[in-house]
Design a protein around this ligand. Structure first.
Ligand code: PLP
Length: 418
């Protein structure tokens, strides 16, 4: 029978992150030890106060407003004001069932070319295909930790001026683990203002900046920035599916249009989750303590991992936030070539088969196929145990906090120097 599939979808493959997770599960089922450094979900539990709020609200059964529960929109606006100094209010906030869904609506509605720093998170480009939107990869430099710089953006936009464009900026970065300084943000803001670029700032890892020093680009380019966040990363609640977009007043029309499309697609976000999220965004001592400890653990594991990789001549940008490292194996290009490993897919497949370490190939993040690098997610550890440990012993080592991650890192080093 023929398969009348929309041509935008024909060539779309399942998301790389989910594929590696399933493949690792198969190996585990076959009795192999697998180091799950491929899948990027928070290792930490949802804070108890937020779990309690969800229990207390399990009875909430009514449909909520399309844009989100007003009390939650207020709490989200206050959170962005309190943490990142943004001048925003409940009317500027849109709640969705995961920020991924909200991003898809933006890509569908906003006419314009999509600009993506190379590398970028795996789902931006496929979403552009689905939304029938053209896209362009902007190169980055290793010395900038693979983050976009203003000059590259300016050069590209000068080729054709007065074209509507969206730039997705993600920092702390998935996959690079690096972030942007205030000076870099200001430079990008100046170029974006010059070319009237809409910035979609994916700050979902903002609150897990390892030093707790995240700054939003919306502070420097308020009129043209949408800030994307949600519960998935800082609150350990990826499976709860709650995402937030904060719009500037100048883009209220876009928020309004997204709410119209939302009303015809997902309708609203789960009611009990929204009530519980109010508690998460209101914050408080317990949540601040949870965040403080999460950051210490992530920083300690990231730094120890980067150091061991560095000792084996596997470079990785200095980790600044989030859960990721971006190890580069190009020093071993000739040796790997001799083993018929000439691209990042072959590299991650060989590593999985020969060491049991699951990683993601960087071509899924828009890097050239022959870039011998992977994304490493250092979260294969028991977050509940690690939080308890760091509370009792602030000097706990990466080895004690995340033994399996450290073992996996050592295996990578041994494999490549063997
Ligand atoms: C850069 C980035 N943005 C967004 C998300 C997912 O957001 P959500 O769970 O809100 O859909 C992820 C999850 O891996 C991510 O890495």
């Amino acid at each position: 029978m023929s398969q009348p599939i929309n041509t935008n979808i024909t060539n779309l493959k399942p998301s790389a992150t989910l594929v590696i997770n399933e493949r690792s599960n198969d190996l585990v089922a076959a009795g192999k030890k697998v180091y799950k450094l491929g899948f990027g979900q928070s290792p930490f539990p949802v804070p108890q106060v937020v779990v309690d709020a969800l229990k207390d609200n399990a009875h909430q059964k009514d449909y909520l407003p399309v844009r989100g529960l007003y009390a939650l929109r207020e709490a989200v606006a206050n959170y962005h004001q309190r943490k990142f100094g943004l001048d925003t209010s409940a009317e500027d906030v849109l709640i969705g069932p995961g920020s991924k869904e909200l991003l898809f609506l933006t890509q569908m509605i906003y006419q314009g070319e999509l600009l993506l720093p190379q590398p970028s998170w795996v789902s931006y480009e496929p979403q552009a295909h689905l939304a029938n939107k053209g896209h362009h990869w902007l190169t980055t430099k290793v010395e900038n930790g693979y983050m976009l710089d203003g000059a590259t953006l300016d050069n590209y936009c000068n080729h054709q001026v007065d074209v509507p464009r969206i730039l997705i900026l993600n920092y702390p970065s998935n996959p690079a683990g690096s972030s942007l300084s205030i000076a870099q943000l200001q430079e990008l803001a100046t170029v974006a203002r010059k070319h009237k670029i809409l910035i979609l700032s994916d700050e979902i890892y903002g609150d897990v900046d390892h030093k707790g020093q995240h700054e939003s680009i919306a502070k420097y380019y308020p009129e043209g920035t949408i800030v994307r966040s949600g519960l998935s990363k800082w609150c350990g609640a990826g499976g709860w599916r709650l995402g937030t977009f904060v719009f500037p007043k100048e883009l209220r029309w876009l928020l309004d249009k997204m709410a119209v499309v939302a009303s015809e697609t997902f309708t609203t976000t789960s009611a009990p989750i929204q009530y519980a999220a109010v508690k998460a965004y209101e914050g408080g001592l317990e949540i601040e303590e949870y965040l403080k400890h999460s950051r210490i653990i992530l920083q300690r594991v990231a730094q120890a991992s980067a150091e061991i990789l560095g000792q084996h001549k596997i470079d990785t940008p200095k980790p600044k936030g989030g859960f990721y490292l971006m190890p580069d194996f190009n020093y071993y290009k000739a040796t790997l070539q001799a083993k018929n490993i000439t691209n990042s897919i072959q590299l991650s497949e060989s590593l999985l088969e020969e060491t049991g370490v699951a990683l993601l190939p960087l071509n899924a993040f828009g890097m050239p196929d022959d870039f011998l690098g992977v994304r490493l997610s250092y979260v294969d550890f028991d977050g509940t145990k690690a939080l308890q440990m760091i509370k009792e012993n602030p000097n706990a080592t990466a080895e004690e906090l995340a033994p399996k991650v450290m073992e996996g890192i050592r295996l990578i080093g041994e494999w490549v120097t063997r």
